[in-house]
Design a binder for this molecule. Sequence first.
Ligand code: ADP
Ligand code: ADP
Length: 209
Amino acid sequence: MRMILVGPPGAGKGTQAARLVTKHQLTHISTGDMFREAVQNKTDLGQKAEEYMKRGDLVPDALVIEMVMERLGRDDCATGFMLDGFPRTVVQADALEAAMKQAGMSIDVVVLIEVPDDLIVDRIVDRRMDPDTGEIYHLKFHPAPAEIADRLVHRKDDTEEACRARLEKYHGETSPLIPFYDGRGILKRVDGVGSPDEVSARIAQQIGS
Ligand code: ADP
Ligand code: ADP
């Protein structure tokens, strides 16, 4: 299966992606994680991406597209993948479609996780990540075990200010993907309000598994 997860920042894409890739044995491609790793390793790409990310801006399309195309060309993507956080613009979606077509493939399903803006800021500012396992926690909604609390990381862009900038980008640049994929008949809408288990059950129902 070749699948895309779309939704505003904090919608629960990373949380649901972790469950879906295990269940369906897919390679998880998170462009946010790839950029954060590049920033941490101070690569050329990381240095170019860092300022955009800190401000809550999108990294320019050309950089993102090059990174994703290289990743999709690796062997572990041959049998299926889950794109989490890509595409985020229609330019990126066009590039992905052209690359898939050239490879004789197509995207099977695009899951849109919908969460209203007024719930997003709370989810984002109290998000914490475990750098050792990649597990995503939340101070209120999904607290980490006390013994790992000290090592949790708060993302630099998980401030209220950057979150509002990211929401604005989502509505301006990413939401046009909704009619884009709906027009291709592969968009599935899922209500992202409720517990993670409830959201997982809705996704399973929508993708027929
Ligand atoms: P995204 O990848 O879309 O930005 P995350 O999966 O990182 O979203 O989730 C954002 C924050 O909200 C995290 O702290 C996560 O623990 C929490 N979260 C995820 N799903 C839910 C949910 N269904 N209800 C409440 N909080 C959630
Ligand atoms: P969130 O979990 O809030 O949805 P991500 O972890 O997916 O955020 O992405 C973090 C940041 O990385 C984005 O705010 C943006 O700066 C950059 N980024 C990730 N994916 C893309 C993309 N497809 N296009 C442009 N920028 C991206």
